[in-house]
Design a protein around this ligand. Structure first.
Ligand SMILES: [Zn+2]
Length: 279
């Protein structure tokens, strides 16, 4: 509970955090294998994921510009090379997820994949004077493939207009798991989001859509959204017969329900305060 309140508080500071960083978000966190060829290489709060393939690696989400050295150190700690990253998938158009895209491009030369709908907004969060790298724009249903790994994009608008979640299949002990890399369902601080026309309807449709995926393993753009630290602690203690803690279909459904509830509460607050266009 305490953790939840702290992260809510940090998120409440979002507009101030546009180019400064909430304390602790960039702290290093032990990189770890989630399952199969998917690894966590993000900071304590800002999630980045690495998919290692025989043809090179895929990185997803850069964090702030200052998060990139943390990500690079994590990739190297796992024994991989940052320059083996051939494809980089940008996160949703908020500064805490795309602020480091330039730095990743400079260090790796990777093909930069950006969601088409979020692309214009993404450009605004580029470090001063630099042009945002965008080598490929993707839409709902598009796939990114490398060395036997395929990721499929899913439009989940609301938190940003073009928020993209991604799905793939991971294998462990002869079983396949539908794996979902969430964008963000966070609508609890509505007044601080862009409040674009149709945002409320988009959020409501996205919460419904979120429950249509057969999610088994899931993660999200913020470590706190999927209780990463708790799951990592379980992973560390995992015995040969213990389940992989990242297999969490019920936790996923509870997460969707929780964020839908906090979003609707925010809509109700907005309506009573007469702020914004709550349609
Ligand atoms: Zn965001």
């Amino acid at each position: 509970m305490r953790k939840l309140m702290l992260s809510s508080l940090s998120l409440a500071l979002f507009p101030l955090a546009a180019f400064s960083q909430p304390a602790g978000w960039n702290d290093p966190f032990p990189p770890h294998k989630i399952m199969d060829n998917m690894y966590y290489v993000g900071s304590k709060e800002l999630a980045s994921f690495l998919f290692v393939t025989p043809d090179g690696d895929i990185l997803m989400n850069s964090g702030y510009e200052s998060t990139v050295p943390v990500i690079k150190a994590s990739v190297e700690k796992l024994g991989f090379k940052f320059t083996d990253i051939k494809i980089f998938i940008a996160g949703h158009a908020h500064p805490d997820h795309v602020g480091g895209d330039n730095a990743v491009k400079e260090l790796t030369g990777a093909q930069v994949v950006v969601g088409r709908v979020d692309a214009e907004k993404t450009k605004q969060y580029t470090p001063a004077g630099k042009e945002h790298p965008m080598d490929r724009l993707v839409d709902d249903g598009d796939t990114v493939s490398l060395g036997g790994t395929t990721l499929t994009a899913h439009m989940m608008p609301g938190h940003t207009r073009g928020c993209l979640a991604w799905s793939t299949t991971l294998k462990e002990n002869g079983k396949s798991y539908y794996t979902f890399i969430e964008c963000s369902l966070n609508g609890q601080f509505l007044q601080q989001l862009d409040n674009y026309p149709g945002m409320i309807d988009d959020f409501r449709a996205t919460y419904k859509k979120a429950l249509t995926f057969p999610v088994e393993v899931w993660v999200s753009s913020h470590a706190s959204f999927y209780n990463m630290a708790d799951k990592y602690a379980k992973l560390e203690k995992r015995g040969p017969n213990d389940p992989n803690p990242f297999i969490d279909p019920e936790g996923y459904k509870a997460h969707v329900a929780q964020y839908e509830k906090s979003f609707e509460a925010a809509v109700a607050r907005m309506q009573t305060q007469g702020q914004g266009k709550a349609k």
